[in-house]
Design a protein around this ligand. Structure first.
Ligand code: HEC
Length: 411
């Protein structure tokens, strides 16, 4: 949207100043950048450069105007016309227009007056400074070779917990921000996983390990830019005494030698816990029009209709597919026929996955039907298709296999 009329603009942004008011960095642009960009674009962050200062932003203004107008940045895949989330990074039309207007008007800096500018940064700093109760690190650094091949590894991380522990907040810190693509943390109480330190997903042994029932297959999932996950008041995840954590880490291809030693920070519940956070999965077994085979050169759609057997308070949603995924839509139909949109992703991108935190926990009574539709593209036209010419693909953990999941945190 291009706005040249000052009066129209001021009514759009809802400001009550003169129509000719100038958009400035300090008053108008910095709050947008601080809220939506700086969590990744800061020194040592996941973005390729910092956007913390005026000069950082000014020198890339055109590029910023472009990536925001095309909605390439900030990365946010859930369609905001369908449902909203607490950790939403989506820019509103008026925020995008403000950036455009700032560029058109000549990138004025203005005077640093607004308190709002520091608010958010203070919030982030405060959250970072809060002390974790237990910090667990990989036993030793994992060395990535310079072979340019992506790598999937399992690491065994004992908790040493002497008693059952309730965790109200989880934070994962990638040891190598450049090459760590995503990771998933699991909990094992069998004591059988010591041997898997650095086990590769391509090792035949890992297939046996993947069949082992785990106490919690999904304590936490991390992707770049994920802020720590906190559970609602008086709810928590349980980690039993003596449990082991397993880090399942996906490393991006690296053309240089590098190492990673990642850390998880656990914050224990300080209040009595009324409800345990559990994970509920929609998975490939639930598909109504299976089998889940994505034939070469086809673009199949799969459907799930799954009735929940207990009351659920949904806290978050995590959709998951691999490279052939195109789109996914999920909604809930309650026993009294209320239709609740859960999430819709119109242009799935394996590289931008997220835990979508609900603004408030959503109550779904027993008997609610969850509907899920996902479409895949296994043609050569899919630029992310890892196999060319395409071949039939079915369920599996490797990224060249496929998945169709929606994972709920709930209590
Ligand atoms: C969740 C983390 C995250 C957030 C939030 C984020 N970025 Fe980025 N940004 C990245 C990463 C990672 C890259 C490099 C990978 C890429 O280009 O896809 C990137 C790349 C960019 C680029 C370069 C694009 C290119 O093609 O080289 C620009 C410009 C940019 N971001 C601006 C922004 C702006 C402006 C915002 C806020 C409105 C923002 N980003 C929010 C992570 C983020």
């Amino acid at each position: 949207m291009r706005i040249t009329n000052g009066a129209l603009f001021s009514s759009l942004v809802g400001i009550t100043v003169f129509a000719s008011a100038q958009v400035t960095y300090e008053n108008d642009v910095a709050p947008i950048i601080n809220n939506h960009c700086v969590s990744c674009h800061k020194p040592g962050g996941y973005g390729p450069f910092s956007l913390e200062s005026f000069s950082d932003v000014q020198k890339r203004a055109k590029f910023i105007g472009y990536v925001t107008q095309t909605r390439y940045m900030p990365p946010w895949k859930a369609d905001p016309s369908f449902s909203h989330f607490a950790n939403e990074r989506y820019l509103s039309d008026k925020e995008i227009a403000t950036i455009q207007l700032w560029i058109e008007q000549g990138l004025a800096r203005g005077v640093a007056s607004a308190v709002m500018r520091t608010d958010r940064l203070e919030e982030i700093t405060l959250a970072q400074n809060q002390d974790a109760d237990l910090v667990l690190e990989m036993a030793k650094p994992f060395e990535l070779s310079a072979d340019g091949i992506e790598d999937y590894r399992f690491f065994h991380v004992p908790t040493g917990l002497k008693e059952d522990t309730y965790v109200s907040k989880i934070e994962f810190i990638a040891g190598n921000k450049r090459y760590l693509h995503h990771s998933r943390i699991m909990v094992d109480t069998s004591g059988q996983t010591q041997g898997i330190d650095g086990l590769s997903e391509f090792d035949p042994l890992s297939r046996a390990f993947q069949k082992m029932p785990l106490m919690d297959e999904f304590l936490y999932g991390w992707v770049p830019g994920n802020l720590p996950v906190s559970f609602p008041e008086r709810t928590a995840k349980l980690i039993p005494a003596g449990a082991d954590l397993i880090f399942n880490i996906h490393y991006a291809p690296s053309a240089e030698e590098a190492s990673d030693r990642s850390t998880i920070k656990l914050y224990f519940a300080k209040e009595p816990v009324d409800h345990l956070i559990k994970s509920f999965y929609i998975r490939e077994d639930d598909i109504a029009n299976g089998p889940f085979i994505i034939r070469a050169n086809e673009k199949p759609k799969f459907y799930v209709s799954k009735t929940i057997e207990e009351d659920m308070h949904v806290v978050s949603l995590l959709p998951h597919m691999h490279f052939l995924g195109k789109n996914m839509t999920a909604l809930a139909i309650t026993p009294d026929e209320q239709e609740i949109p859960l999430i819709r992703i119109n242009d799935w991108d394996f590289n931008w996955q997220s835990t979508y935190l609900l603004e408030e926990s959503l109550f779904l009574p027993k008997g609610t039907v969850l509907l899920l539709v996902a479409e895949y593209d296994n043609t050569a036209d899919n630029p992310l298709n890892p196999v060319n010419p395409p071949k039939d693909v079915t369920y599996g953990w490797d990224s060249t296999d496929e998945m169709m999941n929606l994972i709920f945190y709930y209590y």
